[in-house]
Design a protein around this ligand. Structure first.
Ligand code: PLP
Length: 410
């Protein structure tokens, strides 16, 4: 068709083809539709279907004190705004901030707290969270109690007059212990304490903490939300009705300089489009592998909430819509030589930090993610040297099982 048959409107013409308002219609749709269309209305300037990457540090003002909505990328960027909208939609929140890493999102959350505030945190939390809270204790006067939060009564008993935040991580890394989110929310609400939940391991496809009463949901988007191991990023979502928190977090993201680059935001947005499909494929492989490992004579114990023998299997069925694709197991022979032999023999499980990418990874938490904890604390929690953690990818199931079999029998 010759171009002179087209009517060409000025860039930014509103309302064409019903683009405007599409995001508002996503509220009642299914998760797959939300993954594909969240934050993805065609670009109002030229109709680009893929989110344009606004790779710019600054924006020309239209006049003095007049902008087209963005002034400087540290404080706001259209590509980041799309990602924030998409993640908030999937988690059912009122909005989100996207940050340069999961840890900078942790920093934003704890920066909500006044000097002298007290935080409750699971003793088997992600090692980086532990390190950051320890730093905040030493340098910023935050008090922290690390405890076993699987018993909500113990959490209630640990509350002090200055407790302002309960940080939950469920399932936990690397032991796959679960926390009862509804019970924790009841404890927090009664005392006007914030409940923030690290939902990195399951993603909103398999667990939505805001539905159970959390105030904030945290993600290392480095993991499943992006899913392709090519971005480091974080996000915090505020619950409906907590616009006050969202505004404070947005101000902190701007002031601390923790906001995520437009290019990385575009990559995470692309990852989100297949999140629902990836999570199901990851989980299907993980279930098969957990069953295989549980029956293998070289394995002493498998930690996977999808196994009927997991002590919190019933809670997983109630609180989650799937079991996820993270699991850990202990070898009967947990000696360093035996662990090394298995790790070296694996072909499709790469020995690497991180998780949640399409490729399978293996880790030894004691020497990797949890090396910043003292050996005494690791022992107390149950992170022994013979513990091996798998992030199960989306390769063919038979290949992954065969790989584990040959490594365990090597
Ligand atoms: N929370 C959990 C459960 C994690 O596994 C990680 C990283 O492994 C983080 C937080 C920190 O995120 P990032 O590495 O993106 O800073």
């Amino acid at each position: 068709m010759a171009s002179n048959e087209f009517t060409i409107l000025a860039p930014g013409s509103p309302g064409v083809m019903g683009w405007a308002g599409r995001s508002g219609q996503l509220a009642g749709t299914g998760l797959g539709t939300q993954c594909v269309h969240g934050g993805a209305a065609p670009d109002p300037a030229y109709g680009a279907v893929a989110a344009p990457i606004y790779e710019t540090s600054t924006f020309a003002l239209l006049d003095i004190c007049t902008s087209a909505g963005f002034e400087y990328t540290r404080s706001g960027n259209p590509t980041r705004a799309r990602l924030e909208e998409a993640i908030a939609l999937l988690e059912g929140g009122c909005g989100a901030i996207c940050t340069s890493s999961g840890m900078s999102a942790v920093l934003a959350v704890i920066s909500l707290l006044e000097h002298g505030s007290h935080v409750l945190c699971p003793m088997d939390c992600y090692g980086g969270t532990f390190r950051t809270l320890e730093h905040a204790r030493r340098v910023h006067g935050l008090e922290t109690t690390f405890l076993d939060m699987t018993d909500p009564e113990a959490v209630r008993a640990a509350i002090q007059p200055n407790t302002r935040l309960i940080w939950a991580e469920t399932p936990s890394n690397p032991l796959l212990r679960l926390l009862d989110l509804a019970a924790l929310a009841r404890v927090a609400q009664r005392q006007d304490i914030l409940l923030a939940v690290d939902n990195t391991f399951l993603s909103p496809v398999l667990q939505r903490p805001l539905d159970w009463g959390a105030d904030l949901v945290f993600h290392s988007t480095t993991k499943y939300l992006n899913g392709h191991s090519d971005v480091v990023g974080g996000a915090v979502v505020a619950a409906q009705g907590r616009r006050d928190l969202l505004q404070r977090l947005a101000t902190l993201n701007m002031s601390l300089g923790t906001s995520q680059s437009p290019h990385d935001c575009a990559l995470v947005l692309r990852g989100l489009k297949t999140l629902h499909l990836r999570m199901r494929a990851h989980e299907s492989n993980a279930r098969a592998l957990a069953g295989f490992l549980a029956a293998h004579p070289a394995v002493a114990k498998v930690n996977y909430p999808g196994l009927p023998g997991h002590p919190q299997h019933a809670l997983a069925l109630r609180q989650q819509t799937g079991f996820g694709a993270m699991l850990s197991f202990e070898l009967k022979d947990g000696s360093p030589a035996s662990v090394r032999k298995v790790l070296r023999a694996l072909r499709w499980f790469t020995l690497a930090e991180s998780l949640g990418g399409v490729e399978s990874l293996v880790a030894q938490p004691a020497s990797m993610s949890h090396a910043s904890m003292t050996a005494e604390m690791r022992e107390r929690i149950g992170i022994r040297d013979g513990l091996i953690r798998l992030s199960v990818g989306i390769e063919d199931q038979a290949d992954l099982i065969e790989d584990l079999r040959q490594a365990l029998e090597s």
